[in-house]
Write a protein of this length. Structure first.
Length: 114
């Protein structure tokens, strides 16, 4: 049986494939996967820009309102300052403080190269 099997293997030539003629491609599935990743990344970038812009505009408006309040306080000065109602400022809620991090250890010494 072994002789017949080895004779059969010897009789069938293995196909030789020229590496220069082979074409490797990810195909349609690979294209769709890369396209979906690129579209997702672009969507995340647009969302992040929108959120950063919103935070910046809120900070600008808050600073303008604070400047207007300060200017109104200066204009009322003197006798009217005592009569003016105190302006309640928004106090942001304090976040619970996290436990302090321990000091970082010194980095290991670099090995000497000869």
């Amino acid at each position: 049986m072994d002789i017949l099997f080895s004779a059969l293997l010897a009789a069938t030539p293995s196909p030789s494939v020229d590496p220069a003629n082979t074409f490797y491609s990810p195909g349609t599935i690979g294209f769709l996967a890369v396209f979906a990743m690129a579209a997702g990344a672009i969507g995340l970038i647009f969302d992040m820009v929108r959120r950063v812009r919103r935070v910046r505009y809120r900070a600008e408006i808050e600073s303008r309102l604070d400047a207007e309040d300060a200017q109104a306080g200066e204009q009322t000065g003197g006798e009217n300052a005592a009569k003016a109602a105190p302006v309640a400022k928004k106090v942001p809620a304090k976040k619970p403080s996290a436990p302090s991090k321990p000091a970082r250890p010194a980095p290991p010494a670099k090995p000497k190269r000869d």
